[in-house]
Design a protein around this ligand. Structure first.
Ligand code: NDP
Length: 488
């Protein structure tokens, strides 16, 4: 059973336990304690007093960095168990879970490195009797609210900069995926962390997430999730002018020009759209192919997508796992059926598989919709499932204009052999990340986040650390004297 971690110890309560379901089989595999509002308040109070007593925020940053290194070491030591839990949580393949662990370890080590080395900036002033120093200080108590698609990775992207900057935290995973977050707190519990610095609450957005966002004792909310919830978080946080960082959804263009390396572009179009069954905020779910290449490209894509092996994430042969829940599968299917009704042509998939051994889990076939245009809801809305829409374009200007004509601005790619064109298109796309002749890599030092309604603020990189810092200017006059301003 998964419990709450508050003020340095594991806790339970007498609320009804929430079942944890394996999306690969549909079976209940664990139970989680559901935090009450009182539990959330206790976690916030523990984080508040751990911050206010200064025991953590005044600690040498090098010591805080040691905690991140210790956590990274714990993940490496227990990687097989962590990978198993991540696959049980999310249904992704064990290989994908291992890749998430490697990325999480890299992020923890990156912030251990740069967090320990941040020096205050002193500015030379013309008056020698004055020193002016700008320092970075922690923001305070941070609520870290995470989605179900990358429970481990998303939490480490937030927790590493928050802790190394000297903040205290209360983390909340999605109610659907508590397993690896609990494991991460078991690893933290092994380390020399003062009680109250890191707290974990489990449970649903209402009331658990809401309480974190509404509490006047929380100074910052870092939220990754859907657009509708993100807007609600922003509104609620505004009541006490809380700092907010939002990583929201995307409908990401994957643009292929006719001169691209077709084998590489088709292969990457598959990973862009179908890795983790398309439940990736940056999924290349909107494929745009230049007219002369379009038909050949679609044939190759459909041919390869039809061969993707669906299965349980624990089966070595599996290439694509299930979606997170039966409800989510219905939602994905609803998008597809609506797209077809609006005029898209179903070239592949569009339903759950028939195979007997896949009936328990929440599987959906890799789906390709062609003859799509900008007006279709299926092109405009985030589906968050194994569905790719394909559009045809004629010119560079046209594809840039169409790719930008969306409320989202998270990520995307351009495929071309023409380096000048690649640079021009990358510059013109209103996206937080543009890949050229590649899709999906994330690097710890490279800021991640969205333009427009894909979010506000950045994770990873130096700006990912800045999100968790306040900036303070200290001006010191060593020869105080009357100013004379109001004389006479
Ligand atoms: P949701 O927005 O439904 O939930 C995200 C988190 O917020 C969950 O922990 C959820 O809790 C919680 N929550 C729900 N309601 C509230 C509330 N009123 N106040 C505070 N917290 C609340 O997103 P999903 O979990 O469905 O995740 C999928 C979404 O995440 C997609 O849109 C995807 O694009 C986005 N995403 C964005 C990423 C990025 O980097 N930009 C990365 C990964 C995902 P609970 O689930 O327990 O109810």
């Amino acid at each position: 059973m998964r419990g709450l971690y508050i003020d340095g110890s594991w806790r339970t309560n007498d609320t009804e336990r929430r079942p944890v379901t394996d999306p690969g089989t549909g079976e209940v595999i664990d139970r989680a304690v559901e935090a009450s509002v009182g539990d959330v308040r206790a976690a916030i109070a523990a984080a508040r007093s751990a911050f206010d007593d200064g025991g953590w925020s005044y600690t040498d940053p090098a010591r805080r960095a040691e905690v991140l290194r210790g956590l990274a070491a714990g993940l490496v030591r227990d990687r097989d168990e962590v990978a198993r839990l991540e696959t049980l949580d999310t249904g992704k393949t064990v290989a994908e879970s291992h890749a998430d662990i490697e990325d999480s370890v890299a992020v923890l080590r990156y912030y251990a490195e740069i967090g320990a080395g941040e020096a205050p900036g002193a500015i030379a002033l013309p008056r020698p009797s004055v020193t002016s120093i700008v320092t970075r200080e922690p923001v305070g108590v941070c609520a870290l609210i995470c989605p179900w698609n990358y429970p481990l990775l998303q939490l480490t992207w937030k927790l590493a900069p928050a802790l190394v900057a000297g903040n205290t935290i209360v983390a909340k995973p999605s109610e659907l995926t508590p397993l690896t977050t609990s494991k991460l707190f078991e690893l933290l519990d092994e380390l020399d962390l003062p009680a109250g610095v890191a707290n974990l609450v489990l449970g649903a957005g209402q009331p658990v997430g809401h309480e974190l966002v509404a509490s006047p004792d929380v100074d910052l909310v870092s939220f990754t999730g859907g657009l509708v919830t993100g807007k609600m978080v922003m509104r609620e946080a505004a009541v006490n002018v809380k700092r907010v960082a939002l990583e929201l959804g995307g409908k990401n263009p994957n643009i292929v020009f006719a001169d691209a390396d077709i084998d590489a572009a088709v292969d990457n179009a598959l990973t862009a759209a179908f890795v983790h069954a398309g439940q990736v905020c940056s999924a290349g779910a909107r494929l745009m192919v230049e007219a002369p290449l379009h038909d050949r490209f679609v044939d190759a894509l459909v041919d390869r997508a039809a061969k993707i092996r669906l299965g349980n994430g624990f089966d070595d042969a599996t290439q694509m796992g299930p979606v997170i829940s039966a409800a989510h599968r219905d939602k994905v299917d609803g998008h597809v059926q609506r797209g077809v009704a609006e005029g898209a042509t179903l070239a592949l998939g569009g339903r759950p598989p028939d195979d007997d051994h896949l009936q328990g889990g929440f599987f959906y076939l890799p789906t390709v919709l062609v003859d799509c245009d900008d007006d279709l809801n299926v092109v405009r809305e985030e589906i968050f499932g194994p569905v790719v829409t394909v559009e045809r374009f004629a010119t560079e200007d046209e594809v840039v204009r169409r790719a930008n004509a969306t409320i989202y601005g998270l990520a995307g790619a351009v495929w071309t052999a023409d380096a000048d064109r690649a640079r021009a298109v990358a510059r013109a796309l209103r996206l937080g990340t543009v890949w050229i002749n590649d899709y999906h890599p994330y690097l710890p030092h490279a800021e991640w986040g969205g333009f427009k309604q894909s979010g506000s603020g950045r994770e990873l990189g130096r700006l990912g650390l800045e999100e968790y810092c306040e900036t303070k200017h200290v001006y010191r006059n060593e020869s105080p004297a009357p100013t004379g301003w109001f004389d006479g």
